[in-house]
Design a protein around this ligand. Structure first.
Ligand code: ZN
Length: 693
C-alpha cells in the first residue's frame, strides 16, 4: 500500500504520439519497426508503472499523393482515404497496438482544430503573406508543389527530388528551389504564375531551435536526430509556405483564399491535438493538460524521414502559437529494409501488416518480437524471413516457451497444478530470485532510454535465467531422490514464470495475457514494480490453470511461401520495367555474311588484374584455342565458367585490352535484373568451330 502510494505520487503525465500513417496504402513492417511497435512498448510500460498516459494516432488523409492516387484509380480522394483508413485502423487493432485514440484528419474535429490554429497565428501576425511566382502547369491548369513536381535537389543533386522534400538526402525545400523542375502530372516544364500564400518565417526560430535542441537536448536526444537538426540549422532556415493551391485539404480559413488549403505538413501534426480532443470528449476528460501543462511529457515517435517536420516545423508552429508544450523527446528510428532492398509501397516491396495477420493468425507477438529484436534504432536494418523464423524458433519457442512449458507441465504432474510450499532456500535459489527481482529496473532502464532492442533481449535473458535454473536443478531427476527439494525448485521456477508474465506485457501483450491465464492470475493483479518489490509473486497453494503452448515452431514451408511471394513481386517489377531497345537500321545480307560466328568452349579463365569487369579467357573455337578478353567478371566467377559453351565472333579485328591481345568476342545477352547470360546451342552435340548462320 505504502509503495503504491509513493508510485502514485511519482506518476507523470505522458502524451505519446505515433506518426500519422499516410492513407495512400496499408501499413507495412517498416512503419511498425520504425514507429508503432516501439511507441506501443513505451506506452504499455509507462501505463504499467502507474503513469497517466495517452497514446495518440490517426490517419493522415490530406496532401498531393492522395489526389494523384485518386486520379490514377478514377475515384475520389475521399474514396482513397476511406479505403485505407479502414484497413490501417483494423490492422492496428488486430495487431494489439494500444492507441488510446485513433482518429483521422478528414474528421470535423480536426478541420476545426487546424483551422483555429491557423487563424490564431494569422490574427497575431505570425505569418508572412506573400504573392509570388509559383510553378504552374498550363496543360493541367494547376499550380505545382510537393509531389506534383519533380526536379533536381539543390542540395545533393538527386534528379528525382519532390517539390517539398528530397527522399535521398532528406532535405526539405520549396518547389521553386528545384533545378530543372518538371510537372509530375503532364511531364511538361512548368511556367510560373503569381499566387498568394502564407509563410511561416522559420528563420525567426533558428536561434531558439538551436538553443532548445542542439544545446538543450544534446545529451538526451538520439544522435541521428540531433545530427539532422544541426545540419538544417547550419544550412539556414527559410520562410516555409503553409498553404497550397489545391482542392483537397482544409480550406484556408481567411477571406479571399478560395482554392487554397493548408499544407498537409501544417495540418497533419495538429492531428495529434485533435485526436487527443476526440479522446477527451469520448472519455469525459479535459484534453488541455495533455498539451499545455508544463509537467506533461510529450514524446513523438517517428521515422527519420519526418525529423524536419517534428523537430523544426511543428515546434516552430507550437512556439508561435504560444500556449502549447514542446516535445520532451523525438526518438526517430532509421529505416528497415526487406531482404536487402528498400521497402517501397509503389513497388509492392513490403510485408503488409493486414496480410501478415492473415498468413500468421495469432502470431502478432512473433512479428512484434522479431521487429523489436532487430529494430533500426541506430542504423538502417534488414528484415529477412529467415531471421523472423530464427527469432521465433530459437528464441521464443526454444527459450521463453520451453521454460514456461516445463514449469507448467511439472507443476501439473507433481502437484496437480498447485503451487508447492517451499523449504529453505539454497544459495542458488536466493541468487536466482535476487536476479529475477532486478529485471524490471534493467528492462525499464533500457525502455526509458528508447533502447527497445536491448530491452527485448533483457526480457529474453529473464527466460534464460529460468531455463538455466531448471537445467541446473533438474527437478525431473531430483524428484526420485528428494521430493522436498523439488517443491522449492518448482516454487522458485513459478516465481520466474510469473515475473515473465508481467514484464513481457509491453513487448508480447498476447503472450502475457495467455500466460497470466495459465498461471491463473488477474490481468491487472500485479504491476511492473511488484516483480521487483514483492517477495513472493505466486503464493503457495495457489491453483494454476491448464497448460497451453505459447509459441509454435514456424516451418520452412511457411517461410518459403513468403519468399516465393517476394520473388514473384520482383519478377513483376522487372517485367514492368522491361525496356526493349528499338530495332536498328536495316542491313544487307552481305553485311551479315561478313560476320564469322562460331560455337566454342571456355577452357581457361582468370581475372585480369586491377580491373573489375575483365576476365582473360582461353576459348577453343575449333580453328584454334585463342585468348579472348571479355567484360563479364561482374556476372561470373572464373572457376564457374570453365567448360561453358559459348558463341564467338571470331573474325573481329584483334584488340589490345589492358596489354592483352583479344582475338574475338564472346556474344552475350542480359537477364532482366541486369546480369549477363551466355548464348549456347540447345543441342549438346554441337562441336567447337560449328558456324552460326
Ligand atoms: Zn537531396
Amino acid at each position: 500500500m505504502a509503495l503504491k502510494q509513493i508510485l502514485m505520487n511519482n506518476s507523470k503525465r505522458y502524451t505519446i504520439t505515433a506518426a500519422l500513417p499516410y492513407t495512400n496504402g496499408p501499413v507495412h513492417i517498416g512503419h511498425l519497426a520504425g514507429v508503432y511497435v516501439p511507441a506501443d512498448i513505451y506506452a504499455r510500460y509507462l501505463r504499467m508503472t502507474g503513469n497517466d498516459v495517452i497514446y495518440i494516432c490517426g490517419s493522415d488523409e490530406h496532401g498531393v499523393p492522395i489526389t494523384i492516387k485518386a486520379k490514377k484509380e478514377g475515384i475520389s480522394p475521399q474514396d482513397v482515404v476511406d479505403k485505407y483508413h479502414a484497413i490501417i485502423k483494423k490492422s492496428f487493432e488486430d495487431f494489439g497496438i494500444s492507441f488510446d485514440n485513433y482518429s483521422r484528419t478528414s474528421a470535423e474535429i480536426h478541420h476545426k482544430t487546424a483551422s483555429e490554429f491557423f487563424r490564431k497565428l494569422y490574427d497575431e501576425g505570425k505569418f508572412i503573406e506573400e504573392t509570388s511566382e509559383q510553378l504552374y502547369d498550363e496543360e493541367a491548369n494547376q499550380f505545382l508543389a510537393d509531389r506534383f513536381v519533380v526536379g533536381t535537389c539543390p542540395k545533393c543533386g538527386n534528379e528525382e527530388s519532390y517539390g517539398d522534400q528530397c527522399e535521398k538526402c532528406g532535405t526539405s525545400h520549396n518547389a521553386t528551389d528545384l533545378i530543372n523542375p518538371k510537372s509530375a502530372i503532364t511531364g511538361n516544364v512548368p511556367t510560373k504564375k503569381m499566387t498568394k500564400h502564407w509563410y511561416l518565417p522559420l528563420e525567426k526560430y533558428e536561434k531558439w531551435l538551436r538553443e532548445w535542441i542542439v544545446e538543450g537536448h544534446k545529451n538526451d536526444w538520439k544522435a541521428n536526430v540531433l545530427g539532422q537538426v544541426k545540419s538544417w540549422l547550419d544550412d539556414g532556415l527559410k520562410p516555409r509556405a503553409v498553404t497550397r493551391d489545391l482542392d483537397w485539404g482544409i480550406p484556408v480559413p481567411v477571406e479571399n483564399a478560395e482554392g487554397k488549403v493548408l499544407y498537409v505538413w501544417f495540418d497533419a501534426p495538429i492531428g495529434y491535438i485533435s485526436s487527443t480532443k476526440e479522446w477527451a470528449l469520448r472519455e469525459g476528460k479535459d484534453w488541455e493538460p495533455y498539451w499545455k501543462d508544463k509537467d506533461t511529457k510529450l514524446i513523438h515517435f517517428i521515422g527519420k524521414d519526418n525529423i524536419v517536420f517534428h523537430c523544426i516545423i511543428f515546434p516552430a508552429m507550437l512556439k508561435a502559437e504560444g500556449t502549447y508544450i514542446l516535445p520532451e523527446n523525438v526518438p526517430a528510428n532509421e529505416f528497415l529494409n526487406l531482404e536487402g532492398n528498400k521497402i517501397s509501397t509503389s513497388k509492392n516491396w513490403a510485408v503488409w501488416l493486414h496480410e501478415y495477420l492473415e498468413d500468421f493468425p495469432n502470431k502478432q507477438d512473433v512479428l512484434r518480437y522479431a521487429l523489436t529484436a532487430n529494430a533500426p534504432e541506430t542504423k538502417d536494418n534488414d528484415f529477412t524471413w529467415k531471421d523472423f523464423q530464427a527469432r521465433n524458433n530459437n528464441e521464443l519457442v526454444a527459450i521463453f516457451g520451453n521454460f514456461i512449458n516445463r514449469v507448467v507441465v511439472l507443476t501439473d504432474k507433481y502437484y496437480n497444478g498447485i503451487v508447492p510450499e517451499p523449504n529453505e532456500f539454497s544459495d542458488i535459489d536466493n541468487e536466482t530470485l535476487e536476479k529475477m527481482h532486478k529485471f524490471p529496473s534493467i528492462i525499464g532502464n533500457s525502455i526509458d532510454r528508447y533502447r527497445f532492442r536491448e530491452a527485448s533481449q533483457e526480457l529474453l535473458n529473464l527466460a534464460r535465467l529460468g531455463n538455466k535454473y531448471l537445467a541446473d536443478e533438474e527437478p525431473w531427476k531430483m524428484i526420485k531422490v528428494d521430493e522436498e527439494r523439488v517443491k522449492t525448485v518448482m516454487y522458485v521456477a513459478l516465481q520466474i514464470a510469473t515475473a515473465l508474465a508481467i514484464v513481457s506485457e509491453p513487448f508480447l501483450p498476447f503472450t502475457s495475457e495467455k500466460l497470466k491465464k495459465i498461471l491463473n492470475i488477474g490481468a491487472k493483479e500485479l504491476a511492473w514494480n511488484d516483480v521487483e518489490e514483492k517477495e513472493e509473486l505466486l503464493y503457495p497453494n495457489h491453483q494454476i490453470g491448464k497448460g497451453e503452448l505459447l509459441f509454435a515452431k514456424i516451418e520452412d514451408s511457411e517461410i518459403q511461401i513468403q519468399l516465393d511471394r517476394l520473388e514473384a513481386t520482383k519478377l513483376t517489377n522487372i517485367s514492368e520495367n522491361n525496356v526493349v531497345e528499338p530495332q536498328k537500321e536495316t542491313i544487307e545480307f552481305d553485311d551479315f555474311t561478313k560476320l564469322d560466328i562460331r560455337v566454342g568452349t571456355i577452357v581457361e579463365a582468370v581475372k585480369v588484374p586491377k580491373t573489375k569487369k575483365l576476365l582473360q579467357l582461353k576459348v577453343d573455337v575449333g580453328i584454334d584455342i585463342r585468348t579472348i578478353v571479355s567484360g563479364i567478371a561482374e556476372s561470373f566467377n572464373p572457376e564457374d565458367i570453365i567448360g561453358q559453351k559459348v558463341t564467338v565472333l571470331v573474325n573481329l579485328a584483334p584488340r589490345n585490352l589492358k596489354g592483352i591481345q583479344s582475338m574475338g568476342m564472346i556474344l552475350m545477352t542480359n537477364t532482366p535484373d541486369g546480369k549477363l547470360a551466355f548464348i549456347e546451342p540447345e543441342n549438346d552435340s554441337v562441336a567447337n568451330g560449328a558456324q552460326i548462320s
